[in-house]
Design a protein around this ligand. Sequence first.
Ligand SMILES: C[S@@+](CC[C@H](N)C(=O)[O-])C[C@H]1O[C@@H](n2cnc3c(N)ncnc32)[C@H](O)[C@@H]1O
Length: 210
Amino acid sequence: MDLVRPDVDAYATEHTTPPPGWLDRVHAEAVADLPYASMLSGPVVGRLLQTLVAVTQARLVVEVGTYAGYSALAMAQGLPPGGRVVTLELDEGHADFAQRQFDASPVGDRIELVRGPALESLERLDGPYDLVFIDADKVGYPDYYEAALAKLAPHGLIVADNTLRDGNVLDPRTDADRTIAALNRAWATDERVVATQLTVRDGLTLIRRA
Ligand SMILES: C[S@@+](CC[C@H](N)C(=O)[O-])C[C@H]1O[C@@H](n2cnc3c(N)ncnc32)[C@H](O)[C@@H]1O
């Protein structure tokens, strides 16, 4: 199901500053070599993430779920001098692909890839986190959220992806749908935070401290 009409989606892409050629090539290689093209953030969400990093002047960005490295590279473009992205990935094949892309890119030296289960990595990683992008297994989101919030900087931002689940949050059928639907309800009333559900692509939720 397309949440946004395909022609409107194409219009949004056309009217977003295009990614640099090297990032377009990461996208193309990921589509060719990895199995799940729908996991890639793509040019509009990539630009949005880069902009959020830039306007918040985030010095430490943590990403939960690297896949091809597309979103990590998009965010790395927005970092201030000395800033870094730490990206967490469980799957060795995805991590190997992403590391090759980081090594070949002009901003890859700003990215540290940490292999292993993301929750364990979050427990080890020092804060404060200026921006956290949550984009891994959906049933893990409640734990990633609590771990991120515990080390979130006072003016930090959490961005959670796929929070509309193709619209399935309205009528959840899988554990992943049910987890995200429950989390969406919890965020809207969690007095520790202010949450904004965006209908960009598959749903992005922006969460900051209250
Ligand atoms: C949707 S993809 C990430 C896409 C990427 N952020 C982007 O926008 O280009 C989710 C990734 O999370 C990884 N993942 C799933 N469960 C994980 C876990 N428990 N710990 C770390 N990574 C995990 C998957 O292997 C996959 O590469």
